[in-house]
Ligand binder design. Sequence first.
Ligand code: SF4
Length: 291
Amino acid sequence: MHYQGSIIRPPSEADAIILQVAVGCPHNRCTFCGAYREPEQRFQIKDEEFVERDLDFAARHCRRLTTVFLADGDALIIPQQRLLALCRRIREQLPWVRRISLYANCRTLLKRSPEELAALKAAGLGRIYMGLESGCDQVLRDISKGASAAEMVAAGRRAREAGIFLSVTCLLGIGGATRSQEHAKATAAVLSEMQPNQIAVLTLMLLDNTELGQAAKEGRFQLPSQSGLLHELRTMLDGLAEFRCQFHANHASNYFSLEGRLPKDRERFLAQIGCALAGTARLKPEWLRGL
Ligand code: SF4
């Protein structure tokens, strides 16, 4: 397979065929994100000839893998007709594949009409991963996310209404120590309006190659404490409306792992967070955390 730069995929796509159809992220301005900072990761849609060759390879060697993830950071930016044709090619070449997934930026998603999203769903696009990070408008502005909370809700709902499984990521700590609780409450409110199928909670890790990492070094940004991060998680769970979704806070970046379904597991989650706050549950040591 032809891969340019480092490939990032959601944890739930660990067993997918990773088909890199674009390089980098067209936005590439989020202050916490160091994913696509190298010159060779400058955003581009890859030539079809590379994708065709990878499809041929997958047809010969990936017959046991039943999902395809279209990398990189915002593959939905590929023009509609080209993306539809790609989904059809995947179905023809890899008829055993059950689902196609990709990352989509909020603004990119909003550029697709409901009809266009429905057509993509019919062509096999089954899952979209969208980074919300925070539901707090001030935090979204601070991190240059490029979208407001209201736009996030509209984008998420549009994907859901097209029948596409929506997985949304939020980031503990992204509001810093000063906006910690404001961020957690607003994030719960946005998620409640959006009602994604899956919520994935990660914990901010400060990277040297990012603006936020530099701000932290210079004392302009301060992460919440470990207990502050647990309080954020509890506030998010407390603030979520009753709707059914998968809830994962088991990413490598988290100090504390939760996995289950809401609303069924809410009380168990809150009890586990209570134990962690009381010091009777083990937190992951710093050296074991990763992205
Ligand atoms: S939109 Fe996603 S991939 Fe692009 S810079 Fe922001 S966090 Fe990184």
